[in-house]
Design a protein around this ligand. Structure first.
Ligand SMILES: [Mg+2]
Length: 295
């Protein structure tokens, strides 16, 4: 399969002559279609591609609470094979903490940009670096007060972020948005970011996009083209940065992206595509045992 060459415009879109800009969406669309149709090419061309994958709503189905996600038995082995297929150029880009990502994918550890780019582990066996101080007890106390509106609101503290999940009580969203927005507006260091049935209080100036850009400057990502896969508002910055760097952003349909704007119909389709990138053609979520393909 022939891929349109994305090299030569890998710095930023600002370097592209204005005359060429109108052709870019077409080139990008062609590149994206080619990758979706032939995932084997992503893992087949050594050193060309890097993968960044969101977890909730992308790798795993959304659950009533973050703790309740179900991890298919074969997913761990498939991700391991995928990482090796890409020479280690696979990273999780998640709103969860690195420690939480490790816990749900145990025993597998992957390069991870956690809590929307506020923490990072740049190698699977390395230490996690916190880029921002953890949220203050004062802020947490104020948010807990707001959450007392219902026992079905789940407040999740994670490093530099606090997530307020309202999946079981979606009717409370306007109230939560107003109250948490008021708290955020009183401080110039934090922002309120919406997600799928969650509102997150996060430090200003950090995002999944910034986390992706930072990892792309280091080995084993440097010199490759990024593919970001995500399903939510918080992924938009990373999808945009991946495209700006000459790669592609792949969107997963769900509560945020409607099917007509998405590249994958859902989590299952995303996992099947990833398995094909990894060279695990026979992958199925139902298979009880899985032997990783040769790297
Ligand atoms: Mg997600």
């Amino acid at each position: 399969m022939h891929f349109p060459c994305a090299h030569g415009r890998t710095s930023t879109s600002r370097t592209i002559p204005s005359k060429s800009r109108c052709y870019l969406p077409l080139v990008m669309q062609h590149l994206k279609s080619a990758l979706l149709e032939a995932p084997g090419e992503v893992g087949g061309v050594a050193g060309r591609w890097a993968l960044f994958i969101d977890i909730d709503g992308t790798l795993l189905e959304m659950a009533p609470t973050p703790d309740a996600v179900v991890v298919p038995a074969n997913l761990i082995g498939m991700l391991d094979a995928l990482s090796r297929k890409l020479g280690g150029a696979l990273a999780l880009s998640t709103g969860r903490s690195v420690a939480e990502a490790d816990r749900i994918l145990a025993p597998l550890k992957l390069i991870t940009s956690g809590v929307h780019g506020t923490e990072v582990r740049a190698s699977p066996s390395g230490e996690t670096t916190m880029l921002v101080q953890p949220t203050s007890q004062g802020l947490l106390k104020e948010i807990m007060e707001v959450a007392r509106a219902s026992p079905d609101i789940v407040v999740e503290t994670k490093g530099a972020g606090i997530a307020v999940h309202y999946r079981k009580v979606p009717e409370l969203r306007p109230y939560l948005e107003a109250e948490l927005g008021r708290i955020a507006a009183l401080r110039d260091t934090i922002v309120l970011r919406p997600g799928r049935r969650v509102l997150e209080v996060l430090p200003k100036g950090y995002s999944k996009g910034a986390g992706l850009a930072s990892l792309m400057r280091t080995a084993p990502f440097k010199g490759r083209l990024p593919i970001m896969i995500g399903d939510d508002y918080g992924d938009e910055s990373a999808l945009a940065i991946a495209e700006e760097l000459g790669g592609v952003g792949l969107r997963v349909a769900g509560e945020y992206f409607p099917p007509e704007r998405a590249d994958f119909s859902g989590v299952v389709a995303t996992r099947r595509w990833l398995a094909r990138v990894a060279g695990v053609e026979a992958y199925s979520d139902d298979m009880p045992a899985f032997q990783p393909a040769d790297a």
